[in-house]
Ligand binder design. Structure first.
Ligand code: GAP
Length: 464
């Protein structure tokens, strides 16, 4: 069972401290969200899972963390200044403004009229100014990056030479990106500030690029599975040739069922694109066009690669899996959402998060908070577990309420300290999903929990 709609998650997220509407004390800021105590843990766990899987578990990928603000020329030559546009139209009757590609039946969603202005481009890169300069000084203009990818491309040579890499190899980066979205919305699905986890996989121009796209699609389906996202809630969309980005020869989007209640339930979770050699050549000083003219007279570097076995120099091609942190978190929350009815006929929410993603792994609960010995023992257990796994102590309610709260935030185990514990040095461990309880010796507790907290399995990657 998954969440019936995004609204269910919005309300759970606010009620339980995952995500809050941003700037609420000033009436909010449209489509901006702040991650609360549990949300920040969940996001960090998603990013850590990705990093471990893509950088540590493999032998062919390095990591970087580039600046958010790059030289403006990066965005000129990447094509973003000229083409990173949404096409806007205005309704002549009610003056409402929309993205042209979002109007399907030629009718204004606000007033129903069909009288539109011509579509015009609106560049969605967010601008800023660098230094203490005049407002109208054009040389101070800079952009907040709209994708993390370009920070990887401009560091290709740095990474390749310092880490002595040979093709094929990849570079991964996770970080914030910004887009002045015309129609942000649907909670954390589309926002102006978001996080991406991108990896650029560099290969020879003669590699089987389309097969590599398929390979990465399969790898990501596995990884999503390890996060608890069900395969039946994912859908592969082959982007038609006419809709491909200017740098892409093939793109497959992995869509998630974010809108199960709608006729069209799918929205993009990630894209896997064959970006050709566009990016490395466009940032290179030696690349020339058909007439022999340098395509980039501003670059001081050549990002080509010398292939020792073939003695050839070329610009590597790139396969790019690009996934959003926030959209992954939303899919994880929707898929983990479930409900269960207890003996009294009360329905409880249980967030069946994969143990590796759960913000809290174990909650230590004293059965009687007015008994100093029990409280002392529970707090000592919390402290002893903390170096091994994320644990919290909670005595803010009766045991039934405490269990229900931990179920709702996805804590895999509740550990209860009772009167008997003082005698037998054992505690009750309660399982979130089955509600089954077992007695475990305090001395064995850390090992017992660690064994049961294993992530959902993911197949080790095959070498390419
Ligand atoms: N470097 C390629 C690239 O950026 P993209 O499809 O534009 O490709 C990749 O973005 C992923 O980033 C998307 O699949 C989505 O998960 C996430 N993303 C893009 N725009 C977003 C937004 N406004 N809000 C939240 N996530 C976004």
């Amino acid at each position: 069972m998954a969440a019936p709609n995004i609204d269910t998650i919005v309300s759970l997220a606010k009620r339980r401290g995952f995500v809050f509407p941003s700037s609420e004390v000033y009436g909010g800021l449209g489509s901006a969200w702040d991650y609360g105590p549990l949300g920040v843990e969940l996001c960090n766990n998603v990013k850590q899972s990705w990093w471990r899987w893509i950088v540590y578990d493999r032998d062919d990928i390095e990591g970087v963390d580039s600046s958010i603000i790059l030289n403006r020329l990066v965005w000129k030559y990447s094509g973003h200044e000229a083409t990173f546009n949404d096409w806007l139209i205005d309704c002549r009757k009610c003056k409402a403004r929309f993205r042209a590609d979002k109007i399907s039946d030629n009718k204004c969603p606000s007033c129903g009229a069909s009288d539109w202005t011509e579509a015009r481009p609106f560049n969605t890169m967010l601008q800023t100014k660098l230094g203490a300069v005049a407002d109208d000084d054009p040389t101070a203009l800079a952009y907040l990056r709209p994708e993390t990818a370009q920070g990887i491309f401009i560091n290709f040579l740095n990474v390749q030479t310092t880490m002595r890499r040979k093709l094929p190899f990849g570079i991964a980066q996770v970080g914030k990106s910004f887009r002045n979205e015309v129609t942000p919305g649907n909670f954390i699905l589309r926002t102006r500030e978001f996080e991406q986890m991108e990896m650029e996989y560099f290969v020879s121009p003669t590699a089987e690029h389309s097969k590599l796209v398929d390979y990465w699609v399969e790898q990501y389906l596995e990884w999503f599975g390890s996060l608890g996202i069900s395969r039946e809630n994912l859908f592969l969309y082959e982007v038609p040739e006419g809709d491909l980005a200017h740098y892409s020869k093939r793109t497959v989007d992995v869509m998630y069922r974010y809108f199960p209640e709608r006729e069209k339930p799918w929205e993009e979770l990630m894209g896997i694109a064959w970006r050709t050699d566009f990016d490395l050549s466009t940032h290179s000083k030696n690349k020339v066009d058909a007439e022999g003219k340098r395509i980039n007279p501003d670059s001081t570097e050549d990002l080509s690669y010398f292939d020792e076995p073939t003695k050839q120099r070329f610009y590597p091609h790139v396969i790019e899996p690009a996934v959003g942190v926030n959209r992954t978190v939303l899919a994880v929350l929707m898929d983990a959402f479930s409900e269960k009815t207890n003996d009294k006929g009360e329905t409880r929410v249980i967030l069946k998060l994969s143990p590796q993603l759960a913000p809290i792994k174990a909650a230590i609960l004293p059965l009687a908070k007015n008994k100093p010995e029990i409280v002392g023992m529970a707090k000592a257990i919390k402290r002893s577990l903390q170096p091994v796994l994320r644990a919290v102590y909670d005595d803010t309610g009766g045991i039934g309420k405490l269990y229900a709260r931990q179920d709702e935030i996805g804590t895999p185990f509740c550990v209860t300290v009772d009167h008997q514990s003082l005698e037998d040095e054992a505690v009750t461990v309660r399982d979130r999903d089955t509600w089954e309880q077992e007695r475990v010796k305090v001395a064995d507790l850390a090992e017992h929990l660690q064994k049961r907290l294993k992530p959902f399995p993911v197949t080790q990657p095959e070498t390419i």
